[in-house]
Design a protein around this ligand. Structure first.
Ligand code: ADP
Ligand code: MG
Length: 617
């Protein structure tokens, strides 16, 4: 508990004792008022104060006002014990609320407790602990076993295993050795590492993730907006109704003034909307927090709402359903050696970060002299063009060859074919193949089991390759040989097939599919542990690149929304019932305050279930 909460608790106990002591006293008149005013003031002075202050600021109708009005009314009509009890119970509810909100915030910040406190920097051969923000790109830092990696970088020396669980929810540690990238926020488990920093702290993976989580509550779900609006109109209406309830019946019926005012006061107590105002945002907060614990970053409650309605899931192929790591399966030169063809391709691709480029460079294996390459250009969905040793080299698919008017010949092997041409002359091709991710097939099956109507794959790759992958994974539909713009068109066609209640999700790796990610109702990106393009373009980021997390994310979204719905229905139903009862004079103020605070507590406890997420399938 915080200091403030402890102080509140002390006040509650003191007031409860004073209240219990006052009840049996055989006093009447002003003396009786005085002994009840004491606990009332101890527990409620701040509510009265806030009500007055808000009125001074022009915000009349809030819950402080409702409670102040109801209890002062009770005091004025001689119902002293009720007044104290309502205030006491109301404050118990408030304390519980603030405790619950703190608790969920804490468990989320604990998950997100990846902000490093320091970095060990080498200065003149000595280790110094410095603020990670003061470390520059190119500096060398040392990470000891057990320490959190403070900045993104590349390993210079040492090898270790790295625990990425804080970022990905994945408990299996990864190996890292010289030349490997390491990501801030992970924990170095076993070896001493010397790391060269590649990104300043503000742009590090940790900063990006923290930003994202901190801003998530800014993007409100429709249900949250609804509740805010609801509270704004609801409270004044309730006060008007209470006034009517107090004055009309005595004028037209035989009901006494005291009785009707009493009913109106009860009515005010029950009508307090706090159960909804607190529990709905708390549910979304919990849903987002629970998801992030499993390596699913959701940028706002609104995306959980959309995700829960998903009917069609559209996938990109490379890097999303497949690993994006290609093996060279054949090199077929027309007019040079295999080694020369591979070298030329690797040089032409040297500036690109596309999975194909990375794989070709990896296959070539030797250091590439970047001075030999100039005017490198990426032609998305086709390939690359660059000037290598003064010759214009193009490497890419059939489309690219047709674009530049080079006659090419197909390969008898199934696989992604990278044709290479220099100065308009065909030199041959390299056949590469990618592997589907181990969980891709079960990911599709899980989506079907959840009632997702259609799964579609879009790819820029060759027809045989695309259809082969789609067939093996059990996708409903596949479209191949698409340029990035064609993918947008396909998604627009698919969007027309979505029912008015449904939604379309697009899942990509963030490389050349940013336009589609933003066109879909909800864009999900493979975070690729550190790929910024993906983190920026998407609404939801899967930190460990596993397609099976999509079904899990949908389950979390549905559960969160179910809990929100339960709370709205439950709170409104109980309140309506007690409102009717108190208007009719059948509910006492004791029952009214029970209804109000009880509903809040139950709704909050229910909302906190959002933090614990359904088991991952
Ligand atoms: P996907 O739709 O599967 O994500 P892309 O749109 O990135 O694939 O690329 C589609 C096709 O364009 C690839 O299959 C490949 O034939 C060609 N291509 C794209 N980028 C490159 C590159 N850097 N080098 C060679 N070929 C490329
Ligand atoms: Mg792609």
């Amino acid at each position: 508990m915080s200091k403030k909460q402890k102080r509140m608790l002390a006040r509650l106990v003191a007031a409860a004792v004073l209240f219990a002591a006052a009840l049996p006293l055989p006093l009447t008149g002003l003396a009786r008022l005085a002994v009840f005013l004491l606990p009332y003031a101890v527990v409620g002075w701040d509510v009265l104060w806030r009500a007055v202050r808000n009125i001074a600021h022009g915000q009349v109708f809030d819950e402080n006002f409702l409670m102040a009005l109801a209890t002062i009314g009770a005091l004025a009509t001689g119902e002293y014990p009720e007044a104290v009890f309502v205030m006491l119970f109301y404050q118990v509810g408030e304390l519980f609320q603030s405790y619950a909100v703190d608790q969920s915030r804490k468990s989320i910040t604990a998950l997100m407790d990846i902000r490093p406190d320091y970095a060990n920097m080498e200065v003149d051969g000595q280790l110094q602990q410095v603020d990670p923000e003061d470390v520059a790109v190119g500096d060398t830092i040392v990470i000891k076993p057990g320490e959190r990696i403070p900045l993104d970088g590349v390993v210079l020396e040492g090898s270790t295993t790295v625990d990425t669980a804080a970022l990905t929810g994945e408990s299996l540690p990864r190996e890292a050795g010289p030349g490997d990238d390491v990501i801030s926020g992970c924990v170095n488990l076993s070896g001493l590492l010397r790391v060269q920093v590649t990104r300043p702290f503000e742009e590090s993976t940790v900063s990006k993730i923290l930003d994202l989580v901190e801003n998530a509550s800014g993007r409100k779900a429709k249900a949250e907006h609804f509740i805010t609006k609801f509270a704004r109109y609801y409270t004044p209406i309730v006060v008007l109704a209470a006034v009517a309830l107090a004055f009309l019946p005595p004028l037209f019926t035989s009901i006494q003034w005291v009785e009707s005012i009493h009913r109106a006061l009860n009515f005010l107590v029950v009508s307090c909307p706090c159960a909804l105002v607190i529990s709905v945002p708390l549910s979304f907060f919990g849903g987002i927090g629970g998801a992030s614990r499993d390596g699913i970053l959701v940028k706002g409650g609104n995306y959980l709402e959309v995700l829960a309605r998903t009917e069609i899931v559209v996938f990109d192929k490379t890097g999303t359903l497949t690993q994006g790591v290609f093996n060279v399966t054949a090199i077929h030169p027309d007019d040079c050696s295999e080694g020369q063809l591979l070298e030329l391709a690797a040089l032409a691709e040297s500036w690109s970060d596309h999975p194909i480029s990375r794989s070709l460079k990896e296959a070539y294996g030797k250091e590439l002299d970047s001075a030999r390459v100039s005017e490198a250009e990426e032609l998305s969905g086709r390939g690359v063009r660059a000037v290598v040793d003064g010759h214009t080299v193009c490497a890419g698919n059939d489309k690219l060859m047709e674009d530049i008017g080079v006659s090419w010949h197909p390969c008898h092997r199934v696989g992604t074919t990278v044709h290479v041409a220099a100065d308009g002359v065909y030199l041959g091709h390299i056949v590469i193949s990618d592997q589907v991710k181990p969980d891709a097939k079960e990911a599709i099956a899980a989506l079907k089991a959840q009632g997702v109507r259609k799964t579609v794959m879009l790819t820029g790759d060759a027809r045989e390759v695309g259809e082969d992958v789609a067939g093996r994974l059990g996708l409903d539909e596949v479209h191949t040989q698409l340029l990035p713009a064609d993918k947008v068109e396909q998604v627009e066609t698919l969007l027309k097939q979505v029912s008015s209640k449904g939604a379309l999700a697009f899942v990509g790796d963030g490389i050349n599919d940013a336009p589609v990610l933003s066109r879909a109702d909800v864009g999900i990106a493979m975070g690729g542990l550190g790929s910024d393009a993906a983190i920026e373009a998407a609404d939801i980021v899967l930190m460990d690149d596993k397609p099976s997390k999509i079904a899990h994310a949908i389950a979390i979204a549905r559960r969160t929304l179910a809990i929100v719905r339960q709370n709205i229905v439950f709170a409104l139903a109980v309140k309506l019932l007690v409102l009717v009862l108190s208007a009719a004079g059948w509910a006492s103020m004791w029952a009214a305050v029970f209804a109000d605070v009880g509903v809040s507590v139950i709704a909050i406890l229910n909302a906190m279930r959002c933090l614990r997420q359904p088991k991952q399938s």
